[in-house]
Design a binder for this molecule. Structure first.
Ligand code: ZN
Ligand code: FE
Length: 262
């Protein structure tokens, strides 16, 4: 487990399954201990025990099993409050409170905003708590989620919402996919020196068995190929080499399809 200090809370990062991350958010001004996307109840229970605290809330970003499988057992053990997207109320196990971009969850000691970020699934949401972003399978280190339910246009709109957050926002995504994502990024963004530095840094990090996550919105904007269509120079270069229309959505769509085949 790795822990990160924020002004009003701590984030504890727990590896789970083969490459998932589960996050515990421990509020400083209340007894709140919330878990984001409990893939596995047992590792969450162990973490609660080592912190000496009771689990008070579950926050789900989307309905996939590797994000919700712990809901039922944790609800039974802690009688915690389960929060998820109103859109996915029928697909989130044990949901108590339905939220959306218009209805934020109210949790003592945490100021939580919700962003609708459809694309990977319809009804995928992200939680923004001050300078921490919990984005599930929407934005990854140097990557983005596959489009299982949404369209490229929906995903591109969702990614733009995340990119609009301040550069120093920490990106707590749900999988450690960064190194393979960076290999794809190097193929499509060859001359990007910040990307090359990141490949060096994150390779070292993984060799030490450390997480590359959290990254930051600033680093993702500079190196994540799925956010690079925000840059007009990148769009022009990529459009020319791939012989496609030089606009952000077409370039994003082409990148996502290339990655699926890569
Ligand atoms: Zn997923
Ligand atoms: Fe996932």
């Amino acid at each position: 487990m790795w822990s990160y200090q924020h002004q009003h809370f701590q984030v504890h990062q727990i590896p789970a399954l083969s490459d998932n991350y589960i996050y515990l958010i421990e509020a400083k001004a209340s007894d709140v201990l919330a878990v984001i996307d409990p893939a596995d109840a047992s590792v969450v229970n162990q973490a609660c025990a080592s912190l000496g605290k009771s689990l008070t809330h579950i926050l789900n970003t989307h309905h996939h099993w590797d994000h919700t499988d712990g809901n039922k057992a944790l609800k039974q053990r802690w009688n915690c409050i389960v929060i998820g997207a109103a859109h996915d109320a029928a697909r989130i196990p044990c949901i108590d409170i339905q939220v959306s971009e218009k209805i934020f969850p109210k949790i003592e000691g945490l100021d939580i905003q919700v962003l609708n970020v459809s694309g990977h699934t319809l009804g995928h949401i992200a939680y923004v708590i001050n300078d921490a972003l919990f984005c599930g399978d929407t934005l990854f280190g140097a990557g983005c989620g596959r489009l299982f339910e949404g369209s490229p246009a929906q995903m591109w709109q969702s990614l733009q919402k995340l990119a609009a957050l301040p550069d120093d926002t920490k990106v707590y995504c749900a999988h450690e996919y960064t190194l393979p994502n960076l290999r794809f990024a190097r193929d499509v963004d060859t001359d990007n020196s910040i990307l090359h530095q990141r490949i060096h840094d994150d390779t070292q990090t993984r060799m030490k068995n450390q997480p590359t996550i959290p990254s930051s919105i600033g680093l993702e904007k500079a190196t994540n190929p799925f956010l690079r269509p925000l840059d007009t120079v990148f769009i022009d270069t990529y459009g020319k080499t791939q012989h496609i229309d030089a606009n952000a959505l077409d370039v994003f769509t082409h990148l996502r399809q290339s990655k699926d085949r890569w």
